[in-house]
Design a protein around this ligand. Sequence first.
Ligand SMILES: NC(=O)c1ccc[n+]([C@@H]2O[C@H](COP(=O)([O-])OP(=O)(O)OC[C@H]3O[C@@H](n4cnc5c(N)ncnc54)[C@H](O)[C@@H]3O)[C@@H](O)[C@H]2O)c1
Ligand SMILES: O=CCCC(=O)O
Length: 488
Amino acid sequence: MTSTNLPTGTPTRLYIDGEWRAASSGKEFDVVDPSTGEVIARVADATPEDGEAALAAAHRAQEGWAATAPRARAEILRRAFELTVERTEQIALVMTLEMGKPLAESRAEVAYGAEFLRWFSEEAVRVSGRYATAPDGANRLLVARRPVGPCLFITPWNFPLAMATRKIAPALAAGCTSVLKPAALTPLTALLFTQVLEDAGVPAGVVNVIPTSRAGAVTGPLIADARLRKLSFTGSTEVGKRLIAASAEQVLRVSMELGGNAPFLVFDDADIDAAVSGALLAKLRNGGEACVAANRFLVHESVADEFSEKLIERMGSYQLGAGTEPGTTLGPLVDEATRTKVAELVAGAVSEGAVVALGGEAAAGPGYFYPATVLTDVPPTAHILTEEIFGPVAPIVRFRDEDEAIRMANASEYGLVCFAYTRDLNRGLRLAERLDTGMLGLNTGLVSNPAAPFGGVKQSGLGREGGFEGIDEYLETRYIGIADPFAA
Ligand SMILES: NC(=O)c1ccc[n+]([C@@H]2O[C@H](COP(=O)([O-])OP(=O)(O)OC[C@H]3O[C@@H](n4cnc5c(N)ncnc54)[C@H](O)[C@@H]3O)[C@@H](O)[C@H]2O)c1
Ligand SMILES: O=CCCC(=O)O
């Protein structure tokens, strides 16, 4: 059954070399609304041949795009920003229909995703080099930056617009062409955004978009192809590791934005109401389906009861429902497999001694709904504390002192983000120095910001997206040694 809600004109074909095309096999795959389980669209299913055509187009367009004036690239990006903002309602509705988040959150993602376009339109004209005299006073050193070359982008379903703009915008700004393979669960948002890029004046071949149900079969040959120079991936650590290994063959530049297991620390001197508000944002933004979602609430034993009671009350007020329904504040999970995994993690925690203080039962009926859930008395050894939950579940663990809190926070192979609530500035600085993390939210439950370098340490990834650092991922450094211009 096909929903009538999908805006008419939503593109469903591949975009290669400036043309909208059916897949070379003629095949399509289904896109499903997670709040009903019904098919809302069928999308062209790219084959390895389509992938090759996309990379060939990106490779052909590379020289011309790199030679395009930075100001011209900046103005295209600026236009893409404006068009994305103008089309907020259409993009937000499609995003909600294909991945489930409430419309208000989809609108927030459109605003967030668009800001990468604005930020990098401003950065496109600021790439600079340097000219220096060598230490011995003789030769001159000229250092220049140039685009890396054609890139492959592989993006996840949870932020289907922002994870694409966070890569495409700096690449365009730096002068790189690309092939984007969006997640099979959410190709429609990516295709709508492709239309924005086309309308903003991105030339044919500069960005190519190939949704597919066979990610490995289509991207594998591209990663092995010498025309590709960079792979930027956002997704699970498991897939990221495989892609790093595959990238070694061509010694590709790689950026890896991988999984997280964020600790949310609440100290005895914290403003507890502010900590609870921050916890809601860190836990329930995107229904908990975020790499930066708070995964473990580590709370000082003297404030654990107060924090837990207030968190239970506030999380209990979230309204579960379809993202398009007015009043919904918590949408469905993206698919049945995700819901089963969340339910199994909760059941496992309970078998290890955790107490379900709120929620804890998958909702009956169609769709993949799981309610806001709080687990108290979670033993520090519980399995749920070691895995990315990717759902609206808050496990609470107690700690005794700062050293123990830091030890517990660092006891993970991930290191994407930590959150900490304390009124003590020195403690905040000690945490900033001692936590193994790429990002720290100090008295805030949200760190994501297009002007900031987003990324992790340990198995959370390599490289940074956004901020001044974001464009560096798409630039090579070239050094030119020059003979002493004053020598006879
Ligand atoms: N660090 C970050 O910035 C960040 C942001 C968003 C999501 N994530 C992570 O992403 C994960 C959730 O997203 P997901 O379920 O889409 O992840 P995933 O790893 O399953 O898929 C991500 C992308 O990789 C593709 N893919 C899967 N197998 C592949 C293969 N063998 N070869 C090539 N491509 C392949 C998928 O089709 C999708 O486009 C979570 O772990 C989350 O933490 C990280
Ligand atoms: O899912 C991870 C990325 C979310 C974000 O950019 O805030």
